[in-house]
Write a protein that binds this ligand. Sequence first.
Ligand code: URA
Length: 442
Amino acid sequence: MRMYDLITKKKHGGELSLSELRYMIGGYVQGEIADYQMAAMLMAIWFQGMTDAETAGLTQVMAASGDQVDLSPIPGLKVDKHSTGGVGDKTTLVVAPIVAACGGKVAKMSGRGLGHTGGTVDKLEAIPGLRTSLSQAEFFRIVKENGLAVVGQSGNLAPADKKLYALRDVTATVDSIPLIASSIMSKKLAAGSDCILLDVKLGSGAFMKTLPDAEKLARTMVNIGEAAGRRTVALITDMDVPLGNAIGNAPEVTEAVDTLRGRGPADLTAECIQLAANMLYLVGKGDIAYCRELSAQAIANGTAFGKLCAMAAAQGGDTAVLYDTGRFVPAAHRFSVTATQNGYITHMNAEQCGIASVVLGAGREMKDSLIDMAAGIRMLKKYGDAVSEGEPIAWLYANEAGKLAEAARVYSAAITIGREPPPARPLIYARIEKEKNNKKPV
Ligand code: URA
C-alpha cells in the first residue's frame, strides 16, 4: 500500500477502506508517513468529505492508536459529556455534580482552553491546590466514592488525534465535519464511558455556524458512538451569545457555584438542567421530563453543590473558595465597557467576546502562555437587553493594566446595539438520538 495512492483515491472522491485507514493512521503515528502527505490527505478529505462508514472507521482506528481506558472496575453505567467548545461554557462544573448527586457516575477527561474557547481543566485549576492529573487508581477511587472526578486527558489517549489536530490547525482543515467528528469521538471512545452526551454548539462562537451543519455533525457523532456500542445523544445548543454572564477561569467557577446554589443566570441554569437530564436519561434514570425534575431537585436541595465540593476536596482543592467565592483572589484592575448609544443589544459576537477574555489573560495567546485565573469578563448586559448611552455593559478584569484597553476595544467591537429589540433566541435547537436519527422536541 502507498500513501500516494490513498491520496489520489480520496482526491477523486473514493472511499477509504478500514485497512487503508489503518495503514494511513498507523504509519502517520509511527512517523513513517510524512506531514506533507498527511496534509494533502486532510485537504482531500476537506473537499471530498467521507461516508458515514469511512468516518466511523477513521474514528475507530484513531481511538485504538493509544490507551483505551477500561472503566469496568467502577460499578454501574458511566456517562461522559462533550462540548464542541464555546465561550462562557462552564456547564461541566454544574452538570457533572448534578448527575453524581442523582446517582450517575461521571469519570471525565476534559481539555484545556483552545483558541477563543475555555477549557474545564483550566477552570478547575482556578481552585487552589486542585489536581487534574491523577493516577488511574486515584481517579477510579474518587469516582467510586463520590460519583465524579474530572481530570486532564492522559498523555497517550488517541495520540493520532493529537498529531492530526496540530496539522489541521496549520493547514486550514479544522472545519471539516468528518475530521471534527472523528477527532472528538476517538477521544470519547478511548475514554471508556458507556454513555456519551454531546453538546454541539451552534453560532458565532462555535465551529458550526449553521443549523444544517450542526445537525450533520451531531448525527455523524451519534452514529459513530452507537456503532461502537455506546448510548449517544446530542443536543444542539446556542453559542451565538456567550453562556451565562461570566467569562474567565475563577469568574466561571464562581458562576458555576452560584448556579449549583440556585442563583445562577437563567440561560446557564436552564441549559445545565437539560444537559444533566439527558445524561441521567442515558444511564436509565427515567424519561427526560422526570430526569429534569431530578436535576432541578439536586440543585434545590444542595446535594449537587455538595458533590462539587466533595470532588474538589478529593482532588486536593481548597473548598473554602467554593463555600465563599469572595475568597478567590480578585484581579488587580477593573475596567468598564460602556454602551455607545441608546437601544438594545442585537448581536454579540461570541468568538470576539472570547478573544477579549484571552487578551485579558484568561486564555493562552501561545501554547505555553500562563493563564491569569482572575482575569475575565462580567457581562452586565446581554443579547436583547435595553441599554443607555454611557451605561456600563461589561466589566473587564486583569492583573496587567496594559491589557485592558485592547480587550475593551475587542469587546466593544463584538457588541452591536440597534434601535429595536431583537427576536428571542432558542437556547436549545435540537436533540438527536439514534432511533431514526430524528430531531425530537427538547
Ligand atoms: N474539538 C476537538 O476535540 N476536535 C476538533 O476537531 C474540534 C473540536
